[in-house]
Design a protein around this ligand. Structure first.
Ligand SMILES: Cc1ncc(COP(=O)(O)O)c(C=O)c1O
Length: 392
């Protein structure tokens, strides 16, 4: 008899419940900086990716309103039909200049940017070598493209080299997160670039969590590592994290961008992002580049959190970025810790498998320039009382 798909899906959800892995959607009814309201509770959030505190900045809100007044809301069509407006063009130019690249191309989300880029670059006989902890959309992109996906142990350059040398004649893409989304550490980009040069492979960096946070003017992990477009020909980053908006872009040579315009299906067959959003993002880029105090404050808060957490003996991970996970191991322990923190007025999400490997559940604490020193101190105080269980 044929399997009923909805019954199977429900059984899967039930299993997740039993394993302590059920995902629950919660509605935020109000947001004010890092303060959010959920139901009747007012919580201080330590789980947003708004690292520079730009999401509610008046310049962004004004730019969005002004553009909406003149251009309306929807772009009306895909970029290649008639959806590409001057706000998109201006944002692409600013992103290319900021990241030191010839051109940039907007996508509606980071997920779509990675799917489209990998699908456009890779073919069936190619090999795509990826860090084990890469974001899901890089993994999905290689699978969608039909290329052979070879993963290497986290940040293990020798492991990556073994995967590349095993397929010496295949066209090869090595793709890595610049800053790992659930761990916060930075990929060994210089070593990976040298490896790609040696092996004639193309290097792609997803800098969703590095843009705005790393580099002298927030240019991201690639420029921070002293690497250029020649070393990392394919750079992708999102607009929904440090820039406080939504969407993503790929930046690189004019030839790369033209190739994506011709072939990336998630670029071609979808409605262009609202032009008002592009206008707001342009305002965000200006602030992220010029207001160095935001980065300085963020990095000071990171140091303060790490010093305090180390003093308390909390299970810190080796992360120099805004993502400061506490590794608890067991999924239920992570949930219990998140609930205890919520009871003390803090919103910190428990991240469980399959988002992270089995036995590596954690509290993913993120810091923002919108936090104050006192906020970090109060969080540390709550953590000192939270049931964090036996650390792995
Ligand atoms: C490393 C990384 N790449 C890509 C994405 C996807 O970006 P978006 O949320 O814009 O789809 C995310 C998270 O959302 C991410 O953490």
């Amino acid at each position: 008899m044929r399997t009923d798909l909805l019954t199977r899906l429900a059984a899967h959800a039930q299993q997740r419940e039993q394993d302590g892995l059920r995902r629950r959607l919660q509605t935020v009814t109000n947001a004010n900086g890092m303060w959010v309201e959920r139901g009747r509770r007012r919580l201080l959030s330590f789980c947003s990716n708004d690292y520079l505190g730009l999401a509610q900045h008046p310049d962004l809100v004004d730019a969005l309103k002004r553009a909406a007044d003149s251009d309306g809301v929807g772009s009306g069509s895909a970029h290649l039909i008639c959806g590409h407006r001057s706000a998109h063009a201006a944002l692409e130019e600013a992103l290319a200049e900021w990241t030191g690249r010839e051109r940039a191309l907007l996508f509606s989300t980071g997920y779509m940017a990675n799917l489209g880029t990998l699908q456009a670059l890779l073919q069936r006989d190619d090999v795509c070598v990826q860090d084990k902890l890469n974001h899901a959309c890089l993994i999905d992109g290689a699978q969608l493209a039909g290329a052979e996906l070879k993963r290497y142990p986290h940040a293990d350059v020798a492991g990556a080299a073994r995967q590349l040398t095993a397929r010496p004649d295949a066209a090869a893409l090595l793709a890595t997160d610049g800053v790992f989304s659930m761990d916060g550490d930075i990929a060994p980009l210089r070593e990976l670039a040298a490896l790609c040069l040696r092996e004639a492979a193309t290097l792609m960096v997803d800098d969703a969590h590095g843009l705005g946070v790393l580099g002298p003017q927030g240019e991201g992990s690639v420029i921070d590592a002293g690497l250029s477009q020649g070393d990392v020909p394919v750079l992708m980053a999102t607009l929904g994290k440090a820039l406080g908006c939504s969407g993503a872009f790929v930046a690189g040579s004019a030839a790369l961008i033209d190739g994506l315009v011709q072939s990336a299906r998630t670029y071609i067959y979808t409605t262009a992002m609202p032009p008002a959003l592009a206008a707001a993002t342009l305002a965000a880029v200006r602030l992220a580049r010029t207001e160095n105090w935001r980065r300085e404050k963020l990095h000071a808060l990171i140091s303060r959190f790490r010093a305090g957490a180390a003093q308390l003996g909390l299970p810190l991970m080796p992360s120099p970025t805004a993502i400061q996970p506490l590794l608890l191991g067991d999924a239920r322990a992570a949930l219990a810790a998140a609930e205890a923190l919520e009871g003390e007025g803090f919103l910190v999400t428990a991240i469980r498998p399959p988002t992270v490997p089995q036995g590596k559940a954690r509290l993913r604490i993120t810091l923002s320039a919108a936090h104050e020193e006192g906020d970090v101190d109060r969080l540390l105080d709550a953590l000192s009382r939270a049931p964090l269980g036996p650390h792995v």
